[in-house]
Design a protein around this ligand. Structure first.
Ligand SMILES: [Zn+2]
Length: 258
């Protein structure tokens, strides 16, 4: 057994048997791990509230090389992020980001997911409800870029021809990005991808802030991201937290304050 001590972020947590919890953490040194926190549900648990959702801290893990479930021996919380639970807009967006990290966990062999996710959650935590969708979308696309499968936007994803910047193109999830007019004509798939949407997505992937326009623009971007992720996952399982996030921001009233 190897002992691991690593900066970590709690992405998911659920009860296990009478007294324990199973927690999925993004670590800086070993990617995403499933760990069991024995006794975490006891009244005098040594973990206390340290392993609450979205908490950052130093995880002490006994790594079991033969299994996918490891043992959490301690968690020194450094940041609780309780602000994410205080607003539905923040919480649903943060949950979608966490789901993205969990579903693509196998593609992370380093701390890329940990570092990208913590910065997105911090940004969501200080955003006003109206700004949350753009910040969460930008952050989710940066996680995608960190994982190495950012969509092609300036060259055709199929034939690699340069695309004119300010013209609408077709976005084909299966091809992995924007298509030139010739390749778009060859296949029936894809969505119309307006020039402004491509501009916004390019900014997000570069790590630049870009606000969203009206609610229909926001919904189009949420749908584009979800469809892109589902195509890449290719396992037929829906992204439940993404669906909840989309439904929530669908009904989100601009007057909400948090
Ligand atoms: Zn092409």
């Amino acid at each position: 057994m190897r002992l691991l001590e690593s900066d970590s972020l709690v992405l998911h947590s659920f009860d296990y048997r009478e007294t324990s919890r199973i927690v999925r953490i993004a670590t800086r040194d070993a990617g995403v791990l499933s760990v069991i926190a024995r006794g975490a549900r006891r009244p005098k648990s040594p973990f206390g509230s340290a392993i609450d959702l979205f908490t950052s801290g130093v995880a002490h893990v006994r790594v079991n090389p033969a299994r996918d479930l490891h043992t959490l021996t301690g968690f020194d919380a450094t940041r609780s992020r309780s602000e994410l639970a205080g607003s539905l807009a923040r919480f649903t967006a943060a949950s979608a980001v966490a789901e993205l990290c969990l579903r693509f966990a196998n593609e992370d062999d380093s701390g890329r997911v940990h570092d990208a996710a913590t910065s997105v959650l911090d940004a969501i935590g200080v955003a006003t409800p109206d700004d949350v969708p753009a910040i969460a979308l930008a952050g989710a696309w940066r996680v995608v870029a960190e994982l190495g499968f950012a969509p092609s936007l300036d060259q055709c994803a199929t034939c690699h021809a340069d695309l004119v910047a300010d013209e609408p193109v077709t976005f084909d999830h299966r091809a992995g990005g924007a298509l030139c007019a010739r390749c778009a004509r060859l296949g029936p798939r894809g969505r119309l991808f307006p020039a402004e949407a491509r501009e916004t997505l390019r900014a997000w992937l570069d790590g630049t802030e870009s606000a969203l326009g009206d609610s229909s623009t926001r919904r189009a971007h949420q749908r584009l991201l979800r469809e892109f992720l589902e195509e890449h996952l290719a396992d037929g399982k829906p992204l439940r937290a993404f669906a909840t996030w989309e439904a929530q921001s669908f009904s989100h009233a601009p007057a909400e304050h948090a």
